[in-house]
Design a protein around this ligand. Structure first.
Ligand SMILES: [Zn+2]
Length: 263
C-alpha cells in the first residue's frame, strides 16, 4: 500500500469548502503528514483517518497556509494522551515558533516531540523500506518539496513483486526546471497550480505556477501521473485546471479533498 490522501487543496484562504494544503502519505501503514494547513485535524476526523498513527510531519515552508494547523494538531495529540514520539521536519525557525507556542500555554506533552529543522536538501528519513528526502523549490521564502521512495530491493518488495514506487510533493513553487533533477520518472508528482494560464504573469510574480506549467514540468520529468493542487480561492470550479493541464500532460488529475490516490 502506497497512497496519498488529500486533506486540503486550496491556497491562502479557505474557499468553497476547500482548505489549505495538507495531505497524508501512507506507505504500508506508516503514516506521514505533509504540510498542515489550518483545519487539518478536522479533515482527518471528517475522513475518518486514524491520525494517532502519524509518526512524522513534514512542513514545506512557513507560509501560514502550510502550517497553521500544526500547533492545534500537536496540542490535540497531547490531550488525547498520545504516547509515541512525534517527529516534525520543517525549515527554521519552526522549532522556535512551536516551542514558544507550547511554552506560553504551559503545555506539557505526554509524548516526545522532536522538531528537526531542515537546512538544506537531502535525506530526512530512511527505514528498511523507504527513503524520504527534501529538495528546494523556487518560492518567495525558503521552501522544500519532499520525495517518498520505496527502496529498490528489499525482500518485502520482491515478495510483493512490485517495482519501487516514488512520489514527489513539489510544495509551492514557480515553474523551475531545476526540479527535474528530483522528480524525474516518478510514479506520481504533486505540483501546485495556483492559477490558470491567463494569470501566468501573476503566478510568476507571486512565485506560484499555473496548471499548464505544472503539466510542462510533468511532461519534461516523464512522470507517470500528475496531481494538481493549491488552487487560488478566486476559482470556484476546478475543471479548467484539469483541461488546461491535460492539453500538455493527459494523465493529470485534480487533487480532490478526501480522495486517496494509489501509486
Ligand atoms: Zn507559500
Amino acid at each position: 500500500m502506497f497512497s496519498v490522501t488529500i486533506l486540503g487543496n486550496n491556497s491562502a484562504v479557505p474557499a468553497y469548502e476547500r482548505l489549505p494544503s495538507s495531505q497524508l502519505v501512507n506507505i504500508d501503514g506508516q503514516k506521514f503528514l505533509v504540510d498542515c494547513g489550518e483545519g487539518t485535524q478536522l479533515q482527518l476526523i471528517r475522513y475518518k483517518i486514524k491520525y494517532s498513527r502519524i509518526s512524522h510531519i513534514f512542513i514545506s515552508h512557513l507560509h501560514g497556509d502550510h502550517y497553521f494547523g500544526l500547533i492545534g494538531l500537536i496540542n490535540s495529540f497531547g490531550l488525547l494522551n498520545r504516547q509515541q514520539d512525534l517527529v516534525v521536519f520543517g525549515p527554521p525557525p519552526l522549532k522556535k515558533i512551536l516551542e514558544l507556542q507550547l511554552q506560553v500555554a504551559s503545555t506539557r506533552l505526554p509524548f516526545s516531540l522532536h522538531i528537526k529543522e531542515i537546512t538544506g536538501p537531502g535525506m530526512l528519513l530512511e527505514t528498511e523500506d523507504i527513503e524520504i528526502s527534501c529538495f528546494p523549490t523556487d518560492h518567495r521564502i525558503t521552501c522544500y518539496g519532499f520525495s517518498f521512495c520505496e527502496k529498490t530491493i528489499t525482500r518485502k518488495r520482491l515478495a510483493a513483486q512490485g517495482q519501487p514506487r516514488r512520489y514527489a510533493y513539489c510544495a509551492d513553487t514557480r515553474y523551475n526546471e531545476s526540479l527535474l533533477t528530483y522528480v524525474s520518472e516518478y510514479d506520481l508528482m504533486y505540483h501546485e497550480a495556483t492559477y490558470l494560464d491567463d494569470q501566468r504573469e501573476k503566478a510568476e510574480l507571486r512565485f506560484h505556477s499555473t496548471a499548464k506549467q505544472a503539466a510542462q514540468l510533468a511532461q519534461k520529468a516523464k512522470v507517470n501521473r500528475l496531481l494538481l493542487g493549491h488552487f487560488s480561492s478566486q476559482y470556484e470550479k476546478l475543471e479548467a485546471f484539469k483541461n488546461e493541464a491535460r492539453e500538455i500532460f493527459p494523465n493529470t488529475e485534480i487533487a480532490e479533498q478526501g480522495v486517496t490516490y494509489l501509486l
